[in-house]
Design a protein around this ligand. Structure first.
Ligand SMILES: NC(=O)c1ccc[n+]([C@@H]2O[C@H](COP(=O)([O-])OP(=O)(O)OC[C@H]3O[C@@H](n4cnc5c(N)ncnc54)[C@H](O)[C@@H]3O)[C@@H](O)[C@H]2O)c1
Length: 442
């Protein structure tokens, strides 16, 4: 026996959600403020133009598993789960317009006032992290006079379908994400999604909300990146298609999770230099490539973030673990750690540096020349004694993964501030200091 489901908002997401759940054998009631959409769905016609929708809506409506109404209260009372799929458009200034969410939440809340059995409210509309817990839950509690978690449950279940292949994306998703405060409330949702073979992630509501934005911004970034690369190729007389085909064939470093872990800025002898060369070439060709041109400024901003974090502690005795741009190498050219030290020295900090891979006497060629130009007295800051470098600091900056966690645990003092730039694995993070902060994670 299927579940009884109400779906609020019969736009792209709501219509597809309603039709697909009905197709999977559940009894679905669609709800919309637009009478035309209600009338269409209730008479077996799809309110949207989308592959497979006409057949699916007609078939499930004939089988009496898909109907629609404008009556929110009866839809809530006659269902166990309400999916919220109303629009969240942009206001003129870019801010998210929550008026539809607020209205539908009030309507569902008012209907819950009279409902005696437990109800699930599942938000599918795209909402900024924190919105479900700070707007939807309080409004539901206010309008229902009941308590979230006890009388009803609220979950966040983002939708990743693409228009044009929405039904197929719904039935065969890449993953299903269920955000909740209490995983125990997810029982009926696990049941609903058990037919899709995709991996199911159970997480907090803000994480589920954020994953949707991260996915969409990454997709947009990829489109713009491909277009800027294509533009550059065309202007330089290079075969765009050949370049992108070969580029995409590398699933180790290019189309992969590589370089997608938040950490410190990039550096070294290649990335900054090569980006500069491309940006300069684009300028020569009079091409506006704002995405490619913004990568180096974004990287510098990240180094500035580290400087600001250190300065915000108000402490001046700083130790940096890791000097080269990557552990396991002594290449200091354009190392962001080197730039960080330079900035901190300029701010009057006393800096000590430990790096097991860097010995000044062994540096040669362009590498030696670089460090001598940027920080001529680097030799007086470098020490091979980790215990001494750590114990004499007020702030310890972890800029390498090569310092052993046992050593850190041994040498760090509880009154020290630890700033992690390299995203140490949680099990390797020091537990002793009173204050640990990641550069872009908490
Ligand atoms: N379109 C997509 O491909 C897509 C994909 C994933 C996520 N999303 C997100 O899903 C949400 C919905 O997107 P959409 O494209 O389906 O929106 P849409 O504008 O096509 O549809 C929204 C529907 O909600 C209805 N509505 C508004 N207030 C209502 C109320 N109080 N009660 C009942 N119905 C109400 C509107 O009449 C409309 O039919 C948005 O947050 C969007 O960002 C969209």
């Amino acid at each position: 026996m299927g579940l009884a489901i109400s779906v609020f908002g019969l736009g792209y997401v709501g219509s597809v959600t309603a039709a697909c759940f009905a197709h999977m054998g559940h009894r679905v009631m669609g709800v919309d403020v637009n009478p035309l959409k209600v009338e269409m769905l209730d008479s077996g016609r799809s309110p949207i133009v989308e592959a497979q929708m006409n057949e699916m809506v007609a078939e499930t409506n004939r089988a009496c598993r898909l109907h629609a109404t404008a009556d929110a209260a009866s839809a809530v009372c006659n269902s166990e789960i309400s999916f919220v799929c109303v629009g969240t458009p942009s206001l003129a200034n870019g801010r998210l317009d929550l008026s539809h969410i607020e209205r539908v939440t009030r309507e569902i809340g008012a209907a819950l006032r009279g409902k005696r059995t437990h109800h699930w409210v599942v938000v599918r509309s795209t909402l900024l992290p924190g919105t479900t817990e700070s707007v939807v839950v309080p409004l539901l509690e206010e309008c229902s006079g009941r308590r979230a978690g006890a009388d009803f449950s609220v979950c966040y279940n983002p939708e990743f379908m693409r228009e044009g292949s929405a039904v197929s994306d719904f039935l065969h998703p890449a993953h299903t994400i269920l955000g909740s405060k209490d995983p125990a409330c997810l029982v009926p949702l696990r049941q609903l999604y058990q037919e899709t073979s995709a991996p199911l992630f159970e997480t907090s509501i803000p994480v589920a909300e954020m994953v949707k934005y991260v996915s969409n911004s990454f997709h947009a970034l990829k489109v713009s990146f491909a277009n800027e690369i294509g533009t550059l190729c065309k202007q330089m007389g290079v075969d765009t298609q050949a370049v992108t085909n070969i580029f995409a064939s590398d699933t180790r470093l290019n189309i992969s999770p590589a370089y997608l872990t938040p950490g410190f800025a990039f550096g070294g002898s290649c990335l900054p230099k090569d980006l500069r060369a491309l940006a300069y070439k684009a300028k020569q060709l009079d091409l506006g490539l704002p995405l490619l041109s913004s990568i180096l400024p974004s990287n510098l901003e990240h180094i500035q973030r580290a400087v600001d974090m250190v300065l915000a502690t108000g402490k001046k005795k700083i130790s940096l673990l890791g000097l080269s741009f990557k552990s396991g190498t002594d290449d200091l050219r354009e190392s962001p750690q080197v730039l960080l030290i330079k900035r901190l020295l300029g701010e009057g900090c006393q800096v000590q540096v430990w790096d097991q891979d860097v010995t000044l006497g062994r540096l040669a060629g362009a590498n030696r020349q670089y460090i001598e130009e940027v920080i001529p007295h680097i030799g007086s800051l470098l020490s091979a004694d980790l215990a001494q470098v750590v114990s004499e600091a007020q702030v310890v900056i972890i800029g390498t993964k090569s310092a052993r966690s046992e050593d850190l645990a041994c040498y760090l003092l509880p009154n020290q501030t630890v700033i992690d730039l390299v995203n140490l694995d949680a099990s390797r993070r020091p537990s002793a200091p009173a204050f640990y902060e990641g550069i872009c994670w908490s």
